[in-house]
Ligand binder design. Structure first.
Ligand code: PLP
Length: 374
């Protein structure tokens, strides 16, 4: 089969072989229900608790502050809907993932006021901009740690401290950050943090929400007593185990992975800068390694994606969850870049498995495509 170049790691990542191996026994042999009070059930329960401990260590939390969910989307929904206070206000940045924005629209119908915080041209929330929307009515501020489309990393500790000084809780969607940069919940000073395993070489359909001890939050899924009676549903033992192994592997190799990916990024950008192309690179200099958002003048990002697909190269125009929507994304719009560039936006997201040769091929194909007469 013709080679495939996968450069859409912000959408999903390849499952680590170690994580897969660790999951297998819980799919084939130790399939007991972790809630059952016999030793076969305890084995599953112990595997969950060990994984919880591993994940907690990776993010600087206590194990009883890590709650397993089905994905990043659920974690985001829970953070918004589980903390909502009647007649109060929620403040979010205008470049949040739809899991946050649509959760906000949902609670807005119940009379909650939603304030949208603008970002700079590099996709950053300034402290002044947050300050502008905060009031005594603000019950929750939710600002993502790293953006999925442009990779910009926010100064979360400053934004969280300001929110707390107004009496608001602070949530961060760290789905793009966990496993890719150092994430420590105490250093960030957040009350709630969302993560998703498939973004850091774990399995799909599993995530977690960090909930700082004492944070007032209600369940959004009713049922059994799992997860301290806060998140009902029989635990996905194998996926929880796989998620913990994948996260630990990425954290243990964080420096090597980061250097490798940043070298690839520089290599790709050097190729593109040398070519005679009219484009801008979106996002801030502090970004998730390998997340490269480019806007080409008078081009169509969708067409670029499909042409590269014909050459078995996977890239994206932005958010994986919104690939059916061919309009300029809300994130690119929020940056305020000229429409003639905005429509020609693509996202290349490199990961630890990409190679220099793959990057050279991506650059060559992209340059050929964009230099060709239309
Ligand atoms: N938040 C961000 C920033 C994301 O990038 C994504 C996925 O693309 C999500 C939330 C949703 O995560 P999941 O795919 O696990 O539902």
């Amino acid at each position: 089969m013709e080679r495939l170049i996968y450069a859409d790691n912000a959408a999903s990542t390849k499952l680590d072989a170690d994580a897969f191996e660790a999951m297998k026994p819980y799919l084939l042999d130790n399939y007991g229900n972790a809630s059952q009070p016999y030793s076969f059930g305890y084995e599953a329960h112990n595997a969950i608790q060990k994984s919880r401990q591993t994940i907690a260590e990776c993010i600087g939390a206590n194990p009883d502050e890590v709650f397993f969910t089905s994905c990043g989307t659920e974690s985001d929904n829970w953070a918004i809907k589980g903390t909502v206070v009647n007649n109060k206000q929620i403040a979010v940045s205008n470049i949040e993932h739809h899991a946050i924005l649509r959760s906000c629209s949902s609670v807005e119908k119940n009379g909650i006021k939603i304030s949208y915080i603008p970002v700079t041209k590099s996709g950053l929330v300034l402290v002044e901009s947050l300050n502008h929307v905060l009031s005594v009515e603000t019950s929750l501020v939710s600002i993502m740690l790293a953006n999925n489309e442009i990779g910009s990393i926010q100064n979360i500790s400053e934004l969280a401290a300001l929110s707390h000084s107004h009496g608001a809780l602070f949530h961060t969607d760290a789905v793009q950050a966990v496993g890719h940069i150092n994430v420590n919940v105490r250093e960030l000073g957040v009350d709630l943090l969302s993560a998703s395993a498939h973004k850091f070489n774990g399995p799909k359909g599993i995530g977690f929400l960090y909930i700082k001890k004492g944070t007032p939050i209600r369940p959004i899924i009713d049922g059994g007593s799992q997860e301290q009676k806060l998140r009902a549903g029989t635990e996905n033992v194998a996926s929880i185990v796989g998620m913990a192994v994948a996260l630990k592997t990425n954290i243990d190799n964080l420096e090597n992975n980061t250097n490798h990916i940043l070298n690839l990024e520089e290599r790709l950008m050097n190729h593109l800068y040398k070519a005679d192309l009219d484009f801008i690179r979106n996002g801030s200099s502090k970004h998730i390694p390998g997340n490269i958002s480019l806007s080409f003048k008078n081009r169509d990002g969708e067409k670029i994606l499909h042409r590269l697909d014909l050459r078995r190269i996977c890239i994206s125009t932005g958010s994986a969850c919104d690939s059916v929507n061919t309009q300029v994304s809300h994130v690119i719009k929020a940056l305020g870049i000229d429409e003639s560039y905005a429509k020609g936006t693509i996202r290349i997201s490199l990961g630890k498995h990409n190679t220099p040769e793959e990057v050279d091929t991506i650059a060559t194909e992209l340059i050929n495509l964009l230099s060709a007469k239309r």
